[in-house]
Design a protein around this ligand. Structure first.
Ligand code: ZN
Length: 222
């Protein structure tokens, strides 16, 4: 990698969605929090594959691999959680962590629980909500396009074929409350047997982390 394509000196916030203890603590994760344009549950339990591999575990594993790669290139990485045994943090707190770190880029890592017939990944970025995300919408879109291109190139995952639209969302607290460029990736569909077989493989998760690191680096250096 040429020096010009290094994220050295930049700060990246990495948010592995959900947490392994969420399902066992419904009262804590179901309480609502302010998401800027309404209220929403603090968090949810997340998806899982038919084999019982949880989304929370997938998200954290890819996030830790991503942290290792980015730190190896000289970036500073701020995580919203580093274990899979706790509860939360709530989505508003997750956004706050990236904001307080003044992150140059932030990403929430998820895997979807879509229709079992549907395959693929998709990347969301915040809508331009007045007084909320209008200042980060454009750079977040660039970050999303860089990560989408890198993920498609670096993994065997196709673009999602089961969603009506891809792109802006205004109903995700983790995006609405961000003051730094931020995106949300649904890295595959856990409910689809073909996608699940990929997501369950450590080798795939390393490819996914490498691809996301490449997308973030592209964004930070162009
Ligand atoms: Zn999720």
């Amino acid at each position: 990698m040429r020096p010009a394509e290094s994220p050295a000196g930049k700060v990246v916030a990495v948010d592995p969605g959900h947490n392994g203890g969420n399902a066992a603590h419904p009262s804590e994760i179901n309480r609502t929090v302010d998401i800027g344009n309404g209220r929403k549950a603090c968090d949810t339990a997340g998806a899982e594959t038919a084999e019982g591999y949880s989304e929370a575990a997938y998200n954290l594993d890819v996030a830790l691999r991503l942290r290792r790669l980015l730190e190896g290139m000289g970036a500073t990485v701020v995580m919203t959680r580093t274990t899979n045994t706790g509860v939360g943090p709530c989505i508003n707190k997750r956004a706050q962590i990236g904001n307080r770190a003044h992150a140059d880029a932030a990403i929430s890592i998820h895997a979807d629980g879509g229709p079992s017939s549907g395959r693929g990944f998709h990347v969301f970025y915040p809508a331009a909500l007045h007084g909320l995300t209008d200042d980060i919408a454009a750079p977040s879109r660039r970050l999303a396009l860089d990560i989408r291109a890198a993920y498609q190139r670096g993994t065997h995952m196709p673009r999602a074929d089961y969603i009506g639209h891809e792109g802006q969302r205004s109903d995700l607290g983790g995006l609405n409350l961000s003051d730094v460029p931020k995106v949300f990736i649904e890295a595959g569909n856990m409910a689809n047997a073909t996608d699940a077989a990929h997501l369950e493989r450590p080798g795939f998760r390393q490819q996914a982390a490498r691809a996301i690191a490449a997308g973030i680096t592209r964004y930070l250096t162009s």
